[in-house]
Design a binder for this molecule. Structure first.
Ligand SMILES: Cc1cc2nc3c(=O)[nH]c(=O)nc-3n(C[C@H](O)[C@H](O)[C@H](O)COP(=O)(O)O)c2cc1C
Length: 344
């Protein structure tokens, strides 16, 4: 096989294909199989602070300690709840949070022992304090890096673009104060000036940016006349959005770029590398095509490299990026006009 070795977040990867954070990176058996199939690194399923909160609320509201999380809780918890709601609330809250986090930490340690490729943990928090306290504990598990999964939908009309951006900077600076692990930030694309925002984020001391978080899509059910949701999995056509931004931004940022969304085959994988991505993450393809998609992408990429005389990834990475263009939008506009004027 051609040389696909890559350095991402300062870590040596045997190739740039990463199993992205999803439900499939949540079990040790899967993690072992993903590593056996050949991925260069694995991002473990995120621990979501909000999910812990929802579980806790459920238990507190029903008054039943029947959630697995609470099986180790001392008997006193429920009686405390009856006699002193506030005290019991914070007691249960702290206990459940610690317990869920500990399970996640145990899982990371086990994952690290099970495979010999880099393991990247992932967190998604809402409160400032939990971002860094989770991160600090994760560092002790000896995982190789940490992905901060920051999901902000700027739908609050009381908050300006600057207010929303500040959330990213605050989280990064808090976590960096406490953690020396290499950090990647998985970000959304709702910025008023995304090129400048990505460049500024890349200068905060993080080692990588994952472009992009795929938002939960809105849909309606017209039979039930109710809210629904779009497809949980991406389709292969979706890779072009990330491709545009990786190709515009690579060469202008001070950290690695990892492409995420819509990569389902070797063609989209190669394109993201040609655009300048350091690594490429896949999630939906693992669900839709199964884990054999990994060797298929890697083997076909190797064949393509062989055919074009590229002996290693650096020989073609970024070959089609737009780093040298003063204003990529102007070029896109010319191409758009040429294309449309040819269609009657
Ligand atoms: C079922 C499922 C669960 C996911 N869970 C997470 C998660 O816990 N943390 C995260 O950062 N991204 C999560 N993602 C998002 C993926 O990592 C990825 O960014 C997104 O699906 C787009 O990539 P894709 O087109 O390869 O699926 C999840 C995706 C799916 C389909």
């Amino acid at each position: 096989m051609e040389n696909l070795q890559t350095t991402y977040l300062g870590l040596k990867l045997r190739n740039p294909l990463i199993a992205g954070s999803c439900g499939l990176t949540n079990s040790i058996d899967n993690i072992k199989e993903l590593a056996n199939k050949g991925v260069g690194a694995i991002v473990v399923k995120s621990i979501f602070e909000e999910q812990i909160n929802v579980e806790i609320e459920k238990v507190i509201k029903t008054g039943l300690g029947n959630v697995e999380t609470f099986t180790k809780a001392p008997d006193t918890i429920l009686s405390k709840r009856i006699y002193d709601y506030d005290e019991a609330y914070s007691y249960i809250y702290d206990f459940a949070k610690r317990n869920t986090l500990e399970k996640y930490l145990d899982f990371l340690k086990e994952a690290k022992k099970s495979i010999d490729i880099p393991v990247i943990a992932s967190i998604n928090c809402v409160s400032n304090q939990d971002w860094y306290s989770f991160a600090k504990k994760i560092q002790d598990t000896k995982v190789d890096a940490l992905e901060l999964n920051i999901y902000i939908l700027p739908s609050d009309w009381r908050r300006s673009g600057e207010d929303n951006e500040r959330i990213y900077y605050n989280i990064i600076s808090e976590v960096r104060n406490y953690v020396t692990l290499p950090i990647a930030v998985k970000m959304g694309y709702y910025f008023s000036s995304i090129a400048q925002s990505v460049q500024k984020l890349s200068q905060t001391g993080i080692k990588g940016l994952v472009l992009f978080n795929r938002p939960y899509n809105t849909d309606f059910d017209i039979d039930k006349i109710s809210l629904s949701h779009g497809s949980i999995y991406s389709s292969p056509e979706e890779f072009t959005h990330t491709l545009r931004w990786i190709s515009i931004l690579s060469g202008h940022v001070d950290c690695d770029l990892s492409a995420s969304t819509g990569v389902h085959d070797h063609k989209a994988f190669i394109k993201q590398l040609l655009a300048g991505a350091t690594t490429v993450q896949i999630a939906s393809a693992l669900y839709r095509e199964g884990f054999d998609v990994i060797p298929e992408i890697l083997n076909k990429t190797s064949d393509w490299m062989n055919k074009h005389g590229f002996t290693d990834v650096n020989a073609f990475r970024g070959k089609l990026n737009k780093a040298n263009l003063e204003n990529p939008a102007a070029i896109e506009r010319v191409q758009f006009m040429k294309l449309y004027s040819g269609i009657e």
